[in-house]
Design a protein around this ligand. Structure first.
Ligand code: BJW
Ligand code: ZN
Length: 231
């Protein structure tokens, strides 16, 4: 992808960019957790029915994310941001912090962060690396005594700062999408917004996403192989 000094790059990443850091994707092989699909644990309904189950899932995710290291694809994006500075915006669906640990600064986590929690009543997110695996350990808000939940966007909830995301999409001259199955909205629709504006859209990953038809260019391959040579 040849970028000129006038380009403004919008990057969307998904679970696939962290796959080579050892973090499981949602829909690939190994995408199940203890036999549960993501839509059985990442929903407000699951939280209401069994908060202990949900906290066990996110406790495991915290452990896995802490143990993982950024890979060559995260580093390649940090490097291009260094060149483009304010003409770069990275929107990730991932809740891990591997982009930040690779050196990316302008990162927006549209589905929240695994290292933040919030009280269901007070709603203010705060940093939290705790693991809660039994009913007795479930965290409660020290201010109001209500339950504390992961600061994660579950199915049926509105992703964070959609206005900011669409503002960035409106200004972008290129869209690069990496490692997402294109099956979860609204992220899967960003390519349609971009192509309606006539800007060039590229997908990188080992297989075609569900929304492949909407892209101008598909580059098949693992992110760590493709991205360092692409940018
Ligand atoms: C590699 C690789 C390598 C492997 N290199 N690549 C019917 C139609 C349309 C929409 C809906 C509908 N019914 C319901 C909806 C809405 C719903 C939705 O989209 N559901 C679909 C399942 C149909 N969406 C929502 O509810 C969202 N909210 C919403 O729509 O609110 C309304 C609203 C929006 C906007 C404005 C106003 C109102 C919320 C979605 C929340 C998603 N949450 C989750 C879990 C929480 C986070 C967490 O625990 O981590 O987010 S679900 C899960 O899926 C997670 C991910 O971020 C998300 C996307 O997954 P991703 O990243 O694509 O992973 P995979 O596993 O699917 O794909 C991995 C890819 O990597 C594969 O393609 C591999 O090939 C590739 N790969 N190795 C590069 N080495
Ligand atoms: Zn509270």
């Amino acid at each position: 992808m040849i970028l000129t000094p006038h380009d403004r790059l919008f990057v969307l990443t998904g679970a696939g960019i962290s796959a080579e850091s050892g973090l499981a994707t949602f829909r690939g092989s190994g995408g199940l957790w203890n036999g549960y699909r993501v839509d059985q644990v990442a929903t407000p309904e699951a939280w209401h029915a069994d908060p202990e189950l949900v906290w066990r899932f996110y406790s495991m995710r915290r452990r896995d994310a802490l143990a993982a290291q950024p890979n060559a694809a995260h580093l390649a994006l940090a490097k291009i941001e260094h060149k483009l500075a304010n003409n770069f915006y990275l929107c990730t669906q991932n809740v891990d912090d591997l982009h930040e640990r690779a050196g990316s600064l302008r990162v927006h986590h549209m589905h929240g962060s695994v290292f933040q929690s919030r009280c269901v009543q007070c709603r203010v997110p705060f940093p939290d690396q705790g693991v809660y695996e039994t009913a007795a350990e479930l965290p409660m808000c020290p201010e109001c005594g209500e339950a504390v939940r992961p600061h994660i966007v579950w199915f049926g909830e509105i992703p964070l700062d959609m206005d900011g995301i669409y503002r960035e999409l409106e200004q972008a001259t290129r869209l690069l999408v990496v490692g997402t199955s294109g099956s979860v909205y609204p992220a899967a629709g960003f390519v349609h917004v971009a192509s309606q504006r006539g800007i060039h859209t590229v997908y990188v990953g080992p297989e075609e996403p569900s929304n492949a038809d909407a892209f101008d260019e598909i580059i098949l391959g693992p992110a760590t192989t493709v991205l360092p040579g692409l940018l």
